[in-house]
Ligand binder design. Structure first.
Ligand SMILES: NC(=O)C1=CN([C@@H]2O[C@H](COP(=O)(O)OP(=O)(O)OC[C@H]3O[C@@H](n4cnc5c(N)ncnc54)[C@H](O)[C@@H]3O)[C@@H](O)[C@H]2O)C=CC1
Ligand SMILES: O=C([O-])CC(=O)C(=O)O
Length: 320
């Protein structure tokens, strides 16, 4: 059986890391695409040359021609610009919206059956626009953010509790911005919900609140340290987890920016929710019970995304 084909649209910091991880995991043959001629080809050749050492059986190529992504099973989109210190993700909207138009058209023309994972920021609005521009079915187009935000939350919690990250679960929902919603009631250490761990005296509410805030600021913390761009190792690992769930029909329950139609009182809208990802793409949106405070935080986050979607419609009339 032929190996799956994975197209990486954007070959910058995340794109290159995605290619390396996908190769190491032997998820399939990889095509790196970018408009910056030489970059996708150079990264593809460099990773291919690591193949004999890493013992990787995967074809690796770089291109500036959308025709070369033909028949891709998965497309992961990082094309666009990243923020620098002093900027918010939302500042990227105007420039990255134009990029989503060309990417959406390229995928529609050459890889219409692909499972598409958008990473480009501001994430929730960009995945919404990418689905519209591409015209692909909504359950085959989703955005990566919740896996990353939950991974950051898990990392900080494992440090606080001094336990293995493997024993920490977390759910961060809502939009991938300052209003994201780390759900402490649904996050656990060894199956014990975080509020119970506070009651047990293992941590304090103040420390937990600080970890929640650090999670919300997780992207900005890395931007402030790097100064030249934003995070790429953890974002790439997170998207690869989603791609693997699709390619191997793992039916993973992962938070992602999915098209929500009916659940959570939403009507055809992209925002971070728990989903099941398998061979059918986003096979299910899982509607969890939220208490009054959680629902208020989630609604606030939805409203922030709605504002960004409205801005997209204003910039590009074809989206209205
Ligand atoms: N969803 C999430 O959780 C996260 C999202 N991001 C976002 O991911 C995006 C990519 O980040 P990086 O890889 O660090 O940026 P980068 O600047 O290293 O790479 C972006 C690449 O896109 C290419 N590009 C620009 N316009 C293009 C077009 N029209 N078609 C094809 N390629 C094009 C550039 O030449 C560049 O190589 C940014 O928007 C960033 O904000 C970053 C981290 C996490
Ligand atoms: O903060 C940024 O600009 C990149 C991003 O979305 C993240 O790392 O969460």
């Amino acid at each position: 059986m032929a190996r799956p084909k994975i197209a990486l649209i954007g070959s910058g910091m995340i794109g290159g890391t995605l290619a390396h991880l996908a190769a190491l995991k032997e998820l399939g043959d990889i095509v790196l695409f970018d408009i910056a001629d030489g970059v996708p080809q150079g990264k593809a050749l460099d990773i291919a040359e690591s193949g004999p050492v890493e013992r990787i059986d995967a074809a690796m190529s770089g291109t500036t021609d959308y025709a070369d992504i033909a028949g891709a099973d998965v497309c992961i989109v990082t094309a666009g610009v990243a923020r620098k210190p002093g900027m918010s993700r939302d500042d990227l909207l105007g420039i990255n919206l134009k990029v989503m138009k060309s990417v959406g058209e390229g995928i529609a023309a050459h890889a219409p059956n692909a499972f598409v994972i958008c990473i480009t920021n501001p994430l929730d609005a960009m995945v919404w626009a990418l689905q519209k521009f591409s015209g692909l079915p909504a359950h085959k187009v989703c955005g990566m953010a919740g896996v990353l935000d939950s991974a950051r939350f898990r990392h900080f919690l494992s440090e606080e509790f001094e336990v293995s990250m493997r024993d920490v679960t977390a759910f961060v929902l809502g939009g991938h911005g300052d209003t994201m919603v780390p759900l402490t009631r649904y996050s656990t250490v060894g199956g014990i919900p975080l509020p119970d761990l506070v009651d047990m005296g293992w941590t304090t509410q103040e420390k937990l609140d600080a970890i929640v805030q650090r999670t919300r600021d997780g992207g900005a913390e890395i931007v402030g340290l790097l100064k030249t761009g934003s995070a790429y190792y953890a974002p790439a690992a997170s998207a690869i987890e989603m791609a693997e769930a699709y390619l191997k029909d793992q039916k993973r329950l992962l938070p992602c920016a999915a098209h929500v139609d009916g659940a959570y009182g939403l009507d055809g809208f992209y925002v971070g929710v728990p989903t099941v990802i398998g061979a059918g793409g986003v096979e299910r949106v899982v509607e969890i019970n939220m208490n009054k405070d959680e629902k208020a935080m989630f609604d606030k986050s939805v409203d922030a995304v709605k504002g960004l979607v409205a801005a997209c419609k204003e910039i590009d009339g074809s989206l209205a």
